[in-house]
Design a protein around this ligand. Structure first.
Ligand code: AR6
Length: 174
């Protein structure tokens, strides 16, 4: 298991990393859940910058400054809404991680924190979402040697335990 990876339970807005990832919606103009928490902690300048971005497609990612957050950058990505599994949800979720990492490489980001994208309001089943997330993260850690640390920040206990279980399961098969 790569030692540059960790799973924690907590609030992503307090993470002292180069970039935190936001699970946003297509408008990028704020919402509830982790999106609301990030905008609240970053302050109104974040929304102002987001207004200039013209939204974001599902699976895509856009970057802004972090304003009042400890993180220098926010990478806004839009996860898929779970619609039963036959609407390209797995691929779109993988794209969230891939496109977030592409921006991280471009901006020389060494430390990055992700929330559990799509598993809140967008109802992506946690077992599948966590497997998808961890596979993408491990692949990036293998190939991107400038990436110092990736943290998954789980807000609630059940999400935290699900990610830990998936990590164990993947360790067995690798
Ligand atoms: N830190 C870390 N994780 C958090 C925090 C936090 N402060 N707050 C909530 N979570 P969700 P989605 C967890 O619904 O499913 C928004 O309205 C939460 O417990 O935030 O991708 C957007 O604008 C859950 O485990 O994101 C979109 O409309 C995880 O973050 C929509 O929700 C993701 O839940 C996106 O839905």
């Amino acid at each position: 298991m790569p030692s540059r990876f960790s799973i924690v339970q907590g609030d992503i807005t307090t993470q002292a990393v180069d970039a935190i990832v936001n699970a946003a919606n297509n408008s990028l103009l704020g919402g509830g859940g982790v999106d609301g928490a990030i905008h609240h902690a970053a302050g109104p300048n974040l929304l102002e910058e987001c207004r200039t971005l013209g939204g974001c497609e599902t699976g895509g990612a856009k970057i802004t400054k972090g304003y009042n957050l400890p993180a220098k950058f926010v990478i806004h990505t839009v996860g898929p809404i779970w619609q039963g599994g036959n609407h390209n949800e797995e691929k779109l979720l993988a794209n969230c991680y891939r496109n977030s990492f592409a921006l991280a490489r471009k901006h020389h980001i060494g430390t990055i924190a992700f929330p559990s994208i799509s598993t809140g309001v967008y109802r992506f089943p946690i077992e599948r979402a966590s497997r998808n997330a961890l596979q993408e993260i491990f692949q990036e850690l293998e190939t991107n040697t400038n990436l110092e640390r990736v943290v998954i920040v789980c807000f609630d206990r059940a999400t935290y335990e699900a990610y830990l279980a998936t990590e164990k399961e993947l360790a067995k098969t690798n």
